[in-house]
Design a protein around this ligand. Structure first.
Ligand SMILES: NC(=O)C1=CN([C@@H]2O[C@H](COP(=O)(O)OP(=O)(O)OC[C@H]3O[C@@H](n4cnc5c(N)ncnc54)[C@H](OP(=O)(O)O)[C@@H]3O)[C@@H](O)[C@H]2O)[C@@H](O)CC1
Ligand SMILES: Nc1ncnc2c1ncn2[C@@H]1O[C@H](COP(=O)(O)OP(=O)(O)O)[C@@H](O)[C@H]1O
Ligand SMILES: [K+]
Length: 524
């Protein structure tokens, strides 16, 4: 598990640790770790530290201090180090160390800074760290812009300047780093977009903070965590014990969503999928996924697919749309369902069942219009994208995208459900737990229908016995991994190409296999 913290949590832990150490020890550890990473990167881009050009963007606080001390270490190894002093003041010890090591420093002047940054092999962003707040003020904003034009690498110190360390929010200009060297522990903003995307690859330098950290504010599953949580097939398994997932999805207008949701469930390892819908989507689902057991709903009544079951409309004339469907351990409700009266009746019936229900897409619109549907005893997992959450919370979509952490938490609290907010970083909130941020995925997943696949994956895991919180996090992880694998290729697997949603479902077993192999190793 990767754990992350707010700035306040980090500061409290740092204070407790500092009280046990001679002054300056932590900054010295931080600078040593930072310099070691920079030396490795410089060797990669320049061939050696000696003779390389390093430019430090130094702000007024300790973040600038870290950068200046690290710069001193690099200067002693023969790098040409220049610092642009951008703040109203400068960390005195750090500046003295740099100058003593042969580095140079000068106050910010735009033309000079632009020339230095452009020609640098490595730009060290020490403008602000966890002490930053709000949009970057000048000249920091200008320097963040200049860093984008360097031909060298940009390395952020602790967090990319302009990224809110506690939330990942970016209020204006922000540094975009290839590598962020962070101290003591991950900060939330390194795991959640837009901040995560600005951070690039994150390297954690241990400064001894571990014992002083509280429970995390945000966490991210690793591949090993996912393997440990995933339901396994064993000798005692049968299709019922492995978990039957019911999927109520699709309409005559939207048949594809149903095919994709069922595909996600089939390929993620459901013991069995029971699919309920009107005639058209049932036809498509049966053609693509013969594994699914289907039930056709017609005109307020239902009749089962001739190949799978008998006539559904009972002699008692009951209008329970689920009466003939058979038992399931969890439901997926919503992809392509429509929002008409019949969809509403089906939603009411599914949400009345005493099993976990995942609500997605049109199911979320129905719930937004009738919150009473969420008054249930069994757990509910909602999987909105930002637009859907905007309707559920009555908050503009842009605000949700800019503040994903705040809004996913608020949704879980207000709606009394587990909430998985989709997007460039998928985040999952459940009251009383750290928010989980997903670290897999690729922007190529931004294509119609991939969310439907996700609903099926999570539904299969719910039916397999995982809690909403674990099912959501594992599904997001596997979905991201399968998306990446489907988009990837080429000799080293690092090529990227457009994908279709069905590719994600098809890539699932191989992605799970590779993950399991990596986690438990061959021969287990
Ligand atoms: N504590 C520890 O044990 C350890 C801490 N460590 C390091 O210390 C870092 C935290 O240092 P910190 O507390 O000095 O804050 P920091 O991030 O440098 O910036 C604060 C200054 O920035 C400014 N400023 C703020 N917002 C701004 C904006 N939007 N736009 C422009 N300027 C803005 C503001 O200054 P002012 O406005 O007064 O000029 C404020 O005073 C941490 O990230 C890590 O790198 C490591 O050495 C390990 C041990
Ligand atoms: N920029 C992005 N980077 C990574 N993943 C993304 C990005 N944009 C969207 N996704 C993922 O793609 C999926 C899209 O789901 P959704 O918006 O419900 O689409 P649809 O309704 O067409 O199925 C989600 O899992 C989401 O997290
Ligand atoms: K920084």
């Amino acid at each position: 598990m990767r754990t992350a913290y707010t700035s306040d949590q980090i500061r409290t832990a740092e204070r407790a640790l500092m009280a046990t150490l001679p002054e300056g020890t932590l900054m010295s550890r931080a600078a040593a770790g930072l310099a070691a990473v920079c030396a490795r990167l410089l060797t990669g881009v320049h061939g050696s530290v000696y003779g390389s050009r390093v430019v430090i963007l130094a702000g007024s606080g300790d973040n600038g201090g870290d950068a200046l001390y690290a710069g001193a270490r690099l200067a002693r190894r023969g790098a040409g180090v220049s610092a642009v002093l951008a703040g109203s003041r400068t960390h005195e010890g750090g500046l003295a160390a740099l100058l003593a090591a042969g580095g140079r420093a000068g106050a910010f002047a735009e033309d000079r800074a632009a020339d230095l940054v452009r020609e640098a092999d490595l730009v060290l962003d020490g403008l602000v760290g966890i002490g930053g707040s709000g949009a970057l003020r000048e000249p920091y904003g200008t320097l963040a812009g200049l860093a984008a034009d360097t031909r060298g690498l940009v390395v952020a110190v602790d967090v990319p300047s302009g990224v809110d360390a506690g939330t990942g929010e970016v209020a204006g200009a922000a540094v975009r780093a290839q590598v962020t060297v962070t101290f003591g522990a991950y900060k939330n903003g390194l795991l959640i977009d837009p901040g995560a995307e600005r951070a690039g690859a994150v390297e954690l330098v241990d400064i001894g903070l571990g014992p002083y950290l509280p429970g995390p504010d945000v966490e991210a599953l690793t591949g090993d965590d996912v393997v440990r949580l995933l339901p396994q097939a064993g000798v005692e398994s049968d299709k019922y014990r492995r978990g039957v997932v019911g999927i109520a999805a699709g309409s005559d207008r939207y048949t594809g969503a149903a095919v994709l949701s069922v595909g996600g469930a089939v390929r993620a390892g459901a013991g069995m999928v029971r699919f309920v819908s009107s005639a058209e989507p049932v036809r498509y689902v049966r053609a693509r996924w013969p594994e699914a057991v289907t039930t056709v709903l017609r005109d307020g009544a239902e009749s089962s697919d001739a190949s799978q079951a008998s006539q559904a409309q009972g002699s008692d004339g009951s209008d329970d749309p689920l009466r003939e469907v058979g038992r399931v351990q969890a439901w997926v409700l919503g992809p392509g369902l429509g929002t008409d009266a019949r969809a509403h009746a089906l939603a009411r019936a599914v949400l009345a069942e005493d099993v976990p229900v995942l609500v997605d897409a049109d199911g979320l619109s129905l719930v937004a219009g009738d919150r009473a549907l969420l008054r249930r005893t069994a757990p509910t997992l909602l999987t909105p994208h930002a637009g859907e959450l905007s309707r559920l919370l009555g908050v503009p979509r842009a605000e949700i995208e800019a503040g994903r952490l705040e809004h996913v938490r608020r949704a879980a609290a207000e709606l009394g459900a587990t909430v998985l907010l989709k997007g460039s970083t998928t985040v999952i909130a459940e009251n009383g737990h750290p928010v989980r941020a997903n670290t897999t995925g690729t922007p190529w997943l931004a294509t119609g229908g991939t969310g439907d696949v996700l609903s099926g994956i999570a539904g299969a895991l719910l039916a397999g016995g995982l809690s909403c919180y674990d099912a959501a996090a594992c599904a997001a992880y596997l979905h991201g991994l399968a998306g990446r694998d489907a988009a990837g290729g080429g000799p080293d697997g690092r090529g990227r190409a457009p994908i279709a949603a069905l590719d994600v479902a098809l890539a699932l077993p191989a992605a799970i296999r590779a993950l399991t192999w990596a986690s438990i190793g061959p021969g287990q």
